[in-house]
Design a protein around this ligand. Structure first.
Ligand SMILES: Nc1ncnc2c1ncn2[C@@H]1O[C@H](COP(=O)(O)OP(=O)(O)OP(=O)(O)O)[C@@H](O)[C@H]1O
Ligand SMILES: [Mg+2]
Length: 407
């Protein structure tokens, strides 16, 4: 039924695995299929059970496939977690063309040069992000294409992940019957949906609060400069509710989503709901305010830990662009107000502007598609050659091949 180019993303999260099918027609993006499944086999953002994860991926993909009526055989996969590290690197090359005009090929070569760093054997490069280019010593160049010069240099960040984590992720997707078209760092993908270019230039913190992990990504001068991941999230709030109300985690999660608010002051004492209690036949009536009194302290703690982590990774830095929140927890009513209070800075909640995915928990999945689409437009020729190479090479050779897709 579709005519345009199809891009599929997979967001393998602690609470949900999400598959999104997008159609790109004349450069514009349309979300045509969305599927999700409970994230069985994933704890705190990491795969702990391959079989269960494979099953969740299949289920999410089948949902999405049914919406579109096509079969998916490859997907771009989002990656995040506390195993992600960034390090700086430089590259230098001589401009190759006789007329000295810098082209994509020179940029590829200089980034390739920046990629040559000594890495411990257990780490794998996920992306190379150019921070600034220099042409014959002239610095602070964002895009040197079309400039004239002899010597092209780059200052870049190399983003690496733990080989085991990357390997497990790829294993699961491939065992679910798909080819991994590429890996995208969630921070880079989400930024294309959640952040404006101005915010990224001014300095902004993107915080993804999921079920089991919270990822902090700092952008300055238009690029990702720092990222860190904490093992905290919505699951903690659910646990607190389950314990406080003596009910199951399923019920706790459902009431949190349906009636929860982040601030007691904003909750109603009159509005109440009934929940079944563990170990008794009866139900208990609970007011929205009582629920908020369980949620608020945990939310405060989450923002306290976020603040502390930012002080650690970016001490003394100011962020004129403020904070932008995404991830499921950002959908909790009143989160923006509580966060502004706790962080002492302007806070905005990011939501993808597409039908069917208008929820902060879809920022990662839609972000991966946007990121691929942006890179794709520029580098269509390279992508197809990387695809061909993927069929014959081994797993890690393939990862090496992808890196060139994503700079
Ligand atoms: N409207 C809502 N109000 C409160 N909490 C919500 C709401 N919607 C989702 N959540 C919570 O957000 C969390 C899920 O967020 P998300 O889908 O971003 O996580 P994930 O990607 O599965 O996990 P992670 O990124 O941690 O691996 C759950 O704890 C869920 O209860
Ligand atoms: Mg997530």
């Amino acid at each position: 039924m579709t005519k345009g180019e199809i891009i599929v993303s997979l967001d393998i999260g602690t609470s949900k695995v999400r598959a999104i099918i997008a159609e790109i027609t004349d450069g514009s993006l349309n979300i045509v299929g969305v599927g999700s499944a409970d994230g069985e086999g994933i704890r705190k953002g990491a795969i702990v059970d391959i079989d269960k994860t494979v099953h969740s991926i299949r289920e999410a993909v089948e949902h999405a496939e049914r919406m579109v009526g096509i079969q998916i055989d490859s997907a771009y996969v989002g990656i995040s977690g506390n195993h992600i590290l960034m390090q700086q690197s430089q590259g230098v090359v001589a401009v190759s063309s006789p007329d000295r005009e810098i082209g994509q090929e020179d940029i590829d070569r200089v980034l390739q040069a920046a990629r040559v760093v000594a890495l411990p054997p257990e780490r794998e490069i996920i992306a190379v992000v150019p921070r600034e280019f220099r042409v014959d010593g002239l610095d602070e160049i964002q895009d040197p294409r079309g400039m004239i010069g002899v010597r092209l240099e780059v200052d870049a960040y190399i983003i690496t992940g733990a080989k085991t984590v990357v390997h497990n992720l790829l294993r699961c997707v491939e065992r679910a019957g798909m080819v991994v078209a590429g890996l995208v760092l969630n921070s880079l993908g989400s930024a294309t949906v959640a952040l404006s270019a101005d915010e990224q230039n001014l300095g902004v913190v993107l915080v993804d609060i999921g079920a089991g992990q919270t990822t902090i990504s700092i952008f300055e001068k238009g690029v990702l400069v720092s990222t860190a991941s904490l093992s905290i999230g919505g699951d903690y709030i659910t646990q607190d509710i389950a314990i406080g109300m003596k009910t199951t985690t399923e019920v706790a999660d459902a009431v949190k989503i349906r009636y929860g608010t982040a601030m007691v002051a904003a909750a109603s004492a009159e509005d109440s709901f009934k929940i079944p209690r563990i170990g008794s036949q009866g139900e208990k009536e609970i007011s929205q305010q009582e629920l908020a009194s369980i949620i608020e302290p945990r939310m405060q703690e989450i923002f306290y830990l976020i603040n502390k982590e930012i002080d650690r990774i970016a001490p003394g830095r100011e962020f004129p662009g403020g904070f932008v929140l995404c991830g499921g927890v950002a959908a909790l009513a009143g989160t923006d107000r509580l966060a502004e209070h706790e962080l002492g800075a302007p806070v905005r909640i990011a939501v993808p502007e597409f039908l069917g995915v208008r929820d902060p928990s879809y920022v990662n999945g839609v972000g991966v598609i946007r990121y691929v689409m942006r890179t794709y437009g520029r580098r269509a020729a390279n992508l197809s050659s990387v695809r061909k190479q993927k069929v014959s090479n081994g797993l890690f050779d393939r990862i090496k091949g992808w890196f060139s897709d994503f700079v």
